[in-house]
Design a protein around this ligand. Sequence first.
Ligand code: FMN
Length: 320
Amino acid sequence: METRRTFLKKSTMAAAAVSVPAAPGCVTISTIRAKVPMNTGKTENAAVLWYSQTGYTERDGRLLAKTLEKHGTTVTASDLRDFDKSRIGDYDLIVMGSPVFYYDTPSYVKDWIRSLPDLKGTPVASYVTFGGPEGNQHNAACSILEGLSEKQGVPIALNAFRNMSSYPLAWSEENVNDNVWRARHLPDRETYERVRKYAGYIINQVKQGRSDEFTQKLTWREFATFFGLIWWNKQLISNHSIIEDQCIGCGTCVEKCPVDAIDLDHYTVDTTSCVLCFGCINNCPARAVNMEYNGKKVIGYKQFMKLRHVEVMEPDELKT
Ligand SMILES: Cc1cc2nc3c(=O)[nH]c(=O)nc-3n(C[C@H](O)[C@H](O)[C@H](O)COP(=O)(O)O)c2cc1C
């Protein structure tokens, strides 16, 4: 859903694109800062919430939660779709995570943030997970904080953690794309150590009552978003449907689809409302989601990981 603010922001970016021939990194799109004072400085109860499609953002969220618990905080760790928004006022601290999709935070995550009640000065921190070396991650993490500060949350920190990309158009059966492959070992011990340190930093910020300012700079990747990257990609997608003979009826695709585009009774996908997040094909355990990109069959994340024998490393705290 396009708000007036988003529209104005995008128009400013477009105007800047036309009028500023200088490197885009010089142009500030927005500065995110606290609009209200921080409410308590307590760290007794925290909510760590995430949107996650293939598990990377969830894994980092759970590790953040475990580390916050070690600091004496009681934590509710949850997928944002399972979280009761009316309880958000119960928390002294909110941490929110999202993957970077198409150089930005997905629109449905932003919509979810917009639907929150007033946060009344609660400190807020964000993190993103991303797959590409230049995934516009800083701006994506900023956009989560921007949404939360619109809701009177007080921004205290942001971070970004790289891992293997879950973007299936980056690979094919015959050819393993370099960019994807280079990050196959991520997340590793170092990534998880950064996640743990981030939890400590967040706690410190709250205890010291310290908010921070975050600046979104114009990047070339913002233009890709502005000029409808998802729409252009969709033009090359065909035969997106559920293969009846292969479907085991588990409902994973329906659960993963953020826009309810899948009708399992008729094995169809509403390609108009589809936002090309690949949640269906990336997670289907039965390879029952059909999709072609530029005439070639798309292989989902799970299948790709299996084919290439890639296993994601778990942090010690989450091994049971
Ligand atoms: C639809 C889609 C778009 C993506 N776009 C980007 C991107 O623009 N930049 C990037 O660095 N990674 C991108 N990725 C990779 C994901 O951000 C990355 O793999 C992320 O950690 C997945 O998190 P999750 O497992 O919690 O869903 C994309 C992945 C998908 C599925």
